[in-house]
Design a protein around this ligand. Structure first.
Ligand code: FES
Ligand SMILES: [Fe+2]
Length: 367
């Protein structure tokens, strides 16, 4: 048997937990970071302190103080800056030390900061060397104001690439979700160097009862379209022509190669009272759709040992996705060691209690 070139040992980026592809990664739900507050987040194996200045700007900064390494999320926001709790050195929004209480002039000390954006109800952090890409947007909602809600965050015991490959796995729709084979045939198209679209191109089968039913709601084929960014997050659009449902699965790498995900449910903003009620109902229905997709797949996400030894024709979408991810630029990111307190479950005390609680909240966000 000829060995597939898609096995783990032949891949350099796909499904690798020691590499982080350049892109926007979610940090926290925006509403959880109020002006004047700081919190700890761990994104793709690296610790950051996130703070919202008094004027509302979100700053992401390397977590460990350049003085002696205290976690800056334990500090206090002062105006547009953050003061470390340990010896009270103060850092501005560019990460520069601007005040040391026991010195007339602060030393040259600085921590790296990262671009952030508030978008679709989440704080996103740009991980990468170059100019940030445009933020992930659902193509159907591009340029529109939106209403968002969140389904339950998740942790899956596999890499984000594996989570994302599930939604384009046509075979599993037949086997796991019992969807008839002839209504789904996905075609992938790279629309930008970091964006991949998939659209259903199967014609609606007119001969069967199901086909006739479907053709009442869809002008052409059943709508199932996806937009993937950076190989780790993606939107799914489903639903009849008169009403589409939009879901984003935003993933980031966690420790030990797991995926930490946020499920964003979206619809176009409606401003009238009835419109708002309709939007709420729609987001509720979107959540049911999202749960349906997630339900059947969780068992395999939690046990899979992905190694693509035997691709077949029906795996074409996955093969295209793997090739795409293999071509994506890898960020110069660096990893922080996992927090031993989280590992041994020791209760932190005093000042660190606050920080520890925040740190765990960030970790448990996705649990
Ligand atoms: S460790 Fe931050 S001021 Fe000393
Ligand atoms: Fe599935």
């Amino acid at each position: 048997m000829v060995e597939s070139k898609y096995t783990n040992k032949h891949l350099k980026t796909f499904n690798k937990s020691n590499r982080v592809v350049e892109g926007w990664y979610w940090a926290l739900q925006s509403r959880k970071l109020k002006p004047g507050k700081a919190t700890a987040v761990r994104i793709s194996g690296k610790d950051l302190a996130l703070f919202r200045t008094e004027s509302g700007k979100v700053v992401a900064i390397d977590a460990y103080c350049p003085h002696r390494g205290a976690h800056l999320a334990g500090g206090t926001v002062e105006g547009e800056a953050l003061r470390c709790y340990y010896h009270h050195w103060k850092f501005n929004e560019n990460g520069e030390c601007v005040d040391v209480p026991c010195l007339k002039r602060p030393p040259k000390a600085q921590n790296k900061t990262y671009r952030t954006e508030d978008h679709y109800g989440l704080i996103w952090v740009w991980v990468g060397q170059g100019e940030p890409h445009p933020l992930p947007v659902v193509p159907d909602l591009d340029g529109l104001e939106v209403d968002v809600a969140f389904a339950k965050p998740y942790v899956k015991n596999c890499h984000p690439n594996i989570v994302m490959s599930d939604a384009i796995d046509v075979q599993h729709f037949r086997s796991v979700h019992r969807i008839p084979g002839d209504i789904l045939d996905l075609e992938g198209q790279q629309v930008d160097d970091h964006i991949l679209h998939y659209n259903n191109v199967a014609g609606v089968p007119g001969k069967t009862m199901l086909g006739r039913l479907i053709s009442r709601f869809y002008k052409t084929q059943l709508t199932y379209s996806l937009c993937y960014w950076h190989g780790s997050s993606g939107s799914v659009t489903v639903g009849p022509d008169f009403q589409r449902y939009h879901i984003i699965y935003a993933n980031r790498l966690g420790d030990n190669g797991v995926s930490e995900g946020q499920v964003i449910l979206l619809t176009a903003l409606r401003k009238t009272i009835f419109g708002k009620i309709y939007s709420k109902l729609l987001l509720l229905a979107t959540r049911i759709v999202s749960d349906y997709f997630a339900d059947g797949d969780t068992p395999q996400f939690n046990t899979i040992d992905f190694d693509f030894k035997t691709p077949i024709k029906d795996d074409k979408t996955i093969l295209q996705f793997i090739s795409h991810v293999e071509g994506l630029p890898v960020a110069d990111w660096g990893f922080s060691k996992p927090n031993a307190i989280d590992l041994v479950n020791v209760t932190p005390t005093s000042n660190m209690e606050k920080l520890g609680a925040k740190g765990r909240e960030a970790t448990c966000e996705a649990s």
